[in-house]
Write a protein that binds this ligand. Structure first.
Ligand code: GZL
Length: 340
């Protein structure tokens, strides 16, 4: 009897293992085969899936247009553009879809840093190279080929150092200075880095005080709303630092509505990031006093990375774009040659 039971157990164990192997094999096979309903792209093109954050700012539009103008069919690319619609979950799902569509490359501009490990791991299993562009991810660097973008912390430091120089030049070095910060999207590496850079410099000045530092999500509308509320709360603001131009444009509307003076002619000092075309006009008028450039023209660098990968070459893991600082004093001499 015991032998029969042992035989049954062995057979049962074998069936379970085979079933499991069958299921496991099926799982692996499914990763190799894309979904039946996935589009099949023409092999003559290099198919590049690009997942954008959304349309939250003019900077973003310039960044998107750069990709649309770079990855064109006459240059041998099929660009599959996906608008993340400011929804990180939508971005991650789009990445899975692109993997199932078996595109040749995936470029991701992540709204926020977190939540990317699993899908990047899956892309790696399916051997689809991923390039992270503009904002960063908290996932391990081994899960993507490279990151291309700006040194956001340095941008924050540049803004604070401009303020330090400006106050010294205007005899206000030892004055108590009250600062308001409009932060970009919570969890976005651009906001994290700029805030870190700003606060690291502000901390060096015991007479500089941050009255409020609030998220306005990189949008003009939220910049205006948040600034309106801050103006109700604080009457002694000396500096507004906005982590992008669009939020500053909104804050300017709020200050005008409140009858508050700002800009190079006197009143609240205005400091921003991005250095968009409109910011140059505002600096020419003296409304905006400085904009720390954040270069949106990244697609050309991404294309170079793809060309190198196509040739089997190694690519640099971290690739910074070139950028500068523009002020109300030098905006006029640069405005004519701006590309965005
Ligand atoms: C910065 C970029 C930021 C811009 C904003 O590289 O991610 O997002 O500063 C944009 O204008 O919305």
């Amino acid at each position: 009897m015991k032998k029969y039971l042992a035989w049954c157990f062995t057979v049962l164990l074998a069936i379970l293992c085979l079933g499991g192997c069958g299921r496991e094999e099926e799982e692996i096979q499914s990763k190799k085969l894309h979904r039946a309903d996935a589009p099949v792209y023409d092999e003559k093109y290099i198919t590049v899936g690009f997942i954008q954050t959304g349309k939250e700012s003019d900077w973003r539009d310039a960044n998107t247009n750069d990709y649309l103008n770079t990855f064109t069919e006459d240059k041998g690319y099929k660009l599959v553009y996906i608008d993340g619609n400011s929804d990180s979950g939508r971005q991650v799902k789009a990445a899975y879809d692109l993997i199932y569509q078996n595109v040749d490359y995936i470029i991701i501009d992540p709204i926020v840093e977190d939540g990317w490990e699993d899908v990047l791991e899956f892309a790696k299993q399916k051997e689809i190279p991923v390039i992270i562009a503009d904002r960063g991810v908290s996932a391990d660097q081994s899960l993507y080929k490279c990151w291309i973008g700006s040194d956001f912390k340095t941008e924050g430091v540049k803004a604070a150092k401009w303020l330090q120089d400006y106050l010294e030049e205007n005899g206000r070095k030892d004055e108590d200075i009250n600062i308001v910060v409009l932060e970009g999207t919570e969890g976005a590496s651009a906001a994290i880095g700029r805030t870190e850079g700003l606060l690291s410099e502000i901390a060096k000045h015991k007479n500089w005080h941050v009255l409020a530092s609030r998220n306005a999500n990189f949008t003009q509308g939220e910049g205006r709303d948040v600034m309106e509320h801050i103006l109700w709360q604080y009457k002694d603001i000396d500096v507004v630092i906005s982590e992008n131009d669009n939020m500053m444009f909104g804050a300017m509307k709020a200050m005008e509505q409140a009858g508050i003076e700002y800009g190079a002619g006197g009143g609240i000092i205005t400091i921003s990031f991005d250095a968009l075309g409109e910011a140059f006009h505002m600096m020419e008028e003296g409304k905006l006093m400085v904009s720390v450039e954040c270069n949106p023209l990244i697609a050309g660098i991404a294309e170079k990375v793809i060309k190198d990968l196509e040739k089997g070459r190694e690519v640099g893991k971290v690739q910074y774009v070139k950028e500068s600082v523009f002020t109300y004093k030098n905006a006029a001499q640069h405005i004519g040659n701006r590309k965005y």
